[in-house]
Design a protein around this ligand. Structure first.
Ligand code: NAD
Ligand code: UDP
Length: 312
């Protein structure tokens, strides 16, 4: 039986991953400071054999007693409104938190798995984005705290791999959605779904022509586990390569919820990427993985979660 440490395990993705590892008989040590996550996300796991929760900020020294087979570093604010509210913490968890957790992996002779992001490509000038693209990031803009922290995290992970021979995996996650997103976390899918369900106007930032590629969480988690279990160091893009404008997304949300909400236009945030779509060639060829859930199906499942969660 493997023993897996997940930082950020009480967040959206970390809680889904924790469940998946426990289901396949592994032990999970979830380390989270609950800054954007919540114990409610892992409440159903507390009673299960093999689940431990540790409240800790991984930007400070991290230690886990006993054997550890894998360290997955998912701790970081991930929604733009979260990392804009916590710019220094975001830089610290991407830099110091990555260094500390790499140190833990090195000490335990464990596999290390870094949750990086499509934001390392910034506002991409190459489209779709292959892993070989170096990106177009504004280091001093407001989003730079997240983008540069993750770019540093990738560099640090590769340095530990090359210099200390730590067995590492790096994933670049593209916009993922699904149950257990915070209804108020500010990301576009949760905003639009909650607005539609509450019959409030859908807020499109800018003219709505910017694009994103949305991956349902079950597909994303399957891709993450395929990478963890593979021999690929990465980085590997994991997401869905269907590409939608925000106007198109709004239309699909209205359709699946049956909402009569109107659409309103608000200011575009600074440095908001104009386009984003993963090139999934590496994931398909090396991991034998690809996404399977269509946007409308995933949105319908997520809408059902918000209906129950919010009692709408
Ligand atoms: P989330 O905000 O739901 O989860 C992040 C978790 O990390 C939270 O539980 C939070 O409390 C915890 N955390 C933050 N700082 C911490 C610290 N210093 N010490 C300990 N715990 C800390 O976000 P998410 O969507 O689940 O994202 C998880 C990871 O995946 C992040 O690293 C994010 O950058 C990456 N990612 C997510 C997406 C996505 O679409 N969801 C896309 C790209 C990358
Ligand atoms: N967005 C929007 N309305 C909202 C929230 C976000 O139009 O209520 C836009 C945002 O400007 C961006 C896209 O949706 O162009 C995706 O935003 P999100 O915060 O979900 O993720 P990211 O920008 O990190 O890809």
């Amino acid at each position: 039986m493997a023993r897996i440490v997940i930082t950020g395990g009480a967040g959206f993705l970390g809680s889904h991953l924790s469940r998946r590892f426990l289901d396949r008989g592994e032990e999970v040590v979830c380390v989270d400071n609950l800054s954007t996550g919540t114990t409610a996300n892992v409440e159903e796991l507390f009673g299960l054999d093999g689940f431990t929760f540790v409240k800790h900020d991984v930007s400070s020294f991290v230690w886990v007693p006993g054997p550890v087979d894998a360290v997955l570093h998912f701790a970081s604010p991930a929604s733009p409104i979260d990392y804009l509210e916590m710019p220094i913490q975001t830089l610290k968890v991407g830099s110091l938190g990555t260094h500390n957790t790499l140190g833990l992996a090195k000490d335990k002779d464990a596999r290390y798995f870094l949750a990086s992001t499509s934001e390392v490509y910034g506002d991409p000038e190459v489209h779709p984005q292959p892993e070989s693209y170096w990106g177009n990031v504004n280091p001093i803009g407001p989003r730079g705290v997240y983008d540069e922290a993750k770019r540093f995290a990738e560099a640090m992970t590769m340095a530990y791999h090359r210099f200390h021979r730590v067995d590492v995996r790096i994933v670049r996650i593209f916009n993922t959605y699904g149950p257990r997103m915070r209804p108020d976390d500010g990301r576009v899918v949760s905003n639009f779904l909650v607005q539609a369900l509450e019959e409030r106007p859908l807020t499109i930032y800018g003219d709505g022509q910017q694009t994103r590629s949305f991956c349902y969480v079950d597909d994303e988690v399957a891709g993450l586990i395929a990478l963890l279990d593979s021999d690929e160091v990465g980085p590997v893009n994991v997401g869905n390569d269907g590409e939608f404008t925000m106007l198109e997304l709004a239309e699909v949300v209205l359709d699946v919820t049956g909402s009569t909400s109107e659409i309103v236009f608000e200011d575009l945030p600074v440095d908001d990427p104009t386009q984003r779509r993963p090139d999934l060639t590496v994931a398909r060829e090396k991991l034998g993985w690809e996404p399977t859930v269509a946007l409308a199906d995933g949105l319908a499942r997520t809408a059902e979660y918000f209906r129950q969660h919010l009692g709408i």
